[in-house]
Design a protein around this ligand. Structure first.
Ligand code: SF4
Length: 239
């Protein structure tokens, strides 16, 4: 474990040196620098999380060197739970579940029915952002599977950056990969993936806020469809 603390400018400099390096090398650096205070938030609803999980397994990091967790929003698809159980068996680890302090019933009592349809930002804050912050307590860095080509809000993502929202470093080894590279890795390495991907769902989140997309539609068009929301808030930095 590295003993020194990296400053924000150190992280920027490291990020520049890691540009162009294979994701496995970036992960290796992150493990050396931050393990065991390194977390992976895996949604089991996107292919990039599965790639990172497989790479961590190849690096022998699923035995406590990295803290793998998921956000149990109360709205996950059965296929998402099935995938998590399948990969837990396959890789021999257990993902930690983090959920909101308030139940779905309590949320309805406090904020009214179907909050996600009226104020999705508040719903995401309650069911995702706050539990995510709790999952990251004690961590020095977290891994993210986001890619620059996923959304205009992600175009400038650095490989390593300071995450001011959660107060720790953020490492995104797959930022420069295309969707085709992700799927090539999945096929070549026989990585399990969410069954909904084969049924028209390129991006999978909570049931009320996810629909399949039509051919030619933006892959993220099925998330919060009919609204201008594109992010759940986990990867949006404070202004
Ligand atoms: S994705 Fe939808 S249901 Fe899930 S936390 Fe956000 S608003 Fe709520």
């Amino acid at each position: 474990m590295a003993l020194r603390q990296l400053s924000v400018s150190d992280l920027k400099a490291v990020s520049e040196t890691l540009e162009g390096k294979p994701p496995l090398d970036v992960l290796g650096w992150a493990l050396e620098e931050f393990s065991p205070e390194l977390a992976l938030a895996c949604s089991f609803g996107g292919p990039t999380g599965m790639v990172l999980l497989d790479m961590l397994s190849k690096l022998g990091a699923l035995n406590g060197k990295a803290h793998v967790f998921y956000l149990e929003t109360g709205f996950l698809f059965p296929e998402t739970h099935a995938l998590r159980e399948e990969v837990e068996d396959r890789y021999g680890f257990k993902a930690a579940a983090y959920s909101s302090d308030i139940s779905l019933e309590q949320m309805a009592e406090k904020h009214g029915p179907e909050l996600w349809a009226r104020d999705s930002d508040l719903c995401c804050e309650i069911r995702k952002v706050e539990p995510n912050a709790r999952a990251l307590v004690g961590m020095r860095a977290w891994l993210s599977g986001i890619r620059r080509d996923q959304a205009s809000t992600r175009r400038e993502t650095a490989i390593v950056d300071w995450d001011a929202k959660f107060n720790l470093a953020k490492v995104s080894p797959l930022v420069a990969w295309s969707e085709a590279q992700v799927w090539t890795y999945i096929v070549e390495n026989r990585v399990p993936y969410n069954a909904l991907h084969d049924r028209g769902y390129p991006s999978i989140g909570c049931m009320p806020c996810t629909r399949p997309v039509k051919p030619g539609e933006d892959p993220r068009a099925g998330r919060w469809a009919g609204t201008d929301k594109t992010e759940c808030g986990l990867h949006v930095q404070p202004k």
